[in-house]
Design a protein around this ligand. Structure first.
Ligand SMILES: C/C(=C\CNc1ncnc2c1ncn2[C@@H]1O[C@H](COP(=O)(O)O)[C@@H](O)[C@H]1O)CO
Length: 246
């Protein structure tokens, strides 16, 4: 007979409690309380975020890479020229670079950290760091407190976040938030595939091609994020995060 082991993560406890090898720790009510608690804490801590711009990007491209230098400059420009709160996953690599650029420029720098089963560290350039156990509660928080998204080169994590936002906009679950893919050399192959395979096969519509911008021009990224932040300041859903919305 299998002796059940303790779940390795909150996710395994939630998603794999039906497996004989994984011990059932909680009832569904307790699981829902845990999820609610995570969202509750994030909502409270992020309540006063204004002009949020989320930057997604690789955990693996560290200092010394051109991408890191670019992401650091992006963070600086967002802080200075957009007066943005720069939000990232709070980890190493391009997340660190964007937070660093914002922090060094005197801007506000936020990290929504994810608890992973392997050793990882938050970067040292955060004014506010919030820990999440679940990717899904964390993704809700990225979207709720941002008016624009910038995706830098990255792997599965970046793709997950990018396509979450694209899908929300495509299905009109949320209004049109600008989504900028910075780095045409990196994103070009994916965009070609989206057009020549996904769109050609009819799996996305021609107008879905307009849901994101691809650019190498930081001035354009800044202009797009500024416009989005101004629009949100002028009465977008960001207004509801304080006393009005609760
Ligand atoms: C892999 C390593 C550390 C991972 N630490 C992370 N900390 C915070 N956020 C992360 C981490 N890893 C992935 N993310 C999220 O996904 C995106 C980056 O993932 P990618 O696969 O590297 O593209 C990023 O936007 C984060 O939100 C140590 O090497």
């Amino acid at each position: 007979m299998t002796v059940p082991r303790r779940p390795d993560s909150f996710d395994e406890e939630l998603l794999n409690e039906d497996l004989a090898e994984v011990e059932t720790e909680l009832t569904d009510d307790q699981r829902l309380d845990r999820i609610r608690g995570e969202l509750d804490r994030a909502f409270n801590l992020l309540r006063d975020v204004r002009r949020g711009v989320t930057v997604f990007g690789s955990a693996r491209l560290g200092p010394g890479t051109p991408e890191y230098a670019l992401a650091r400059e992006l963070g600086r420009r967002l802080a200075v020229d957009v007066r943005a709160t720069v939000v990232t996953g709070g980890g190493p690599g391009l997340m660190e670079a964007a937070n660093r650029g914002a922090h060094e420029a005197g801007g506000r720098s936020v990290g929504l950290l994810i608890d992973l089963p392997f050793e990882t560290h938050s970067n040292e350039y955060l004014d506010l760091a919030i820990d999440f156990h679940y990717f899904f509660t964390r993704k809700v928080s990225f979207v709720r407190y941002s008016g624009a998204f910038v995706a830098l080169p990255g792997g599965y994590g970046t793709m997950d976040e990018l396509f979450e936002v694209l899908c929300l906009v495509q299905t009109r679950k949320i209004r049109r938030y600008p989504i900028v893919l910075h780095g045409s050399a990196y994103w070009g192959g994916l965009v070609t595939w989206l057009r020549e395979r996904m769109m050609a096969d009819g799996l996305i519509s021609p107008e879905d091609d307009d849901l994101f911008h691809v650019t190498d021009d930081l001035d354009q990224v800044v202009a797009i994020c500024n416009e989005a932040a101004d629009a949100r300041d002028a009465g977008g859903p960001g207004d509801a995060h304080g006393a009005l919305g609760g």
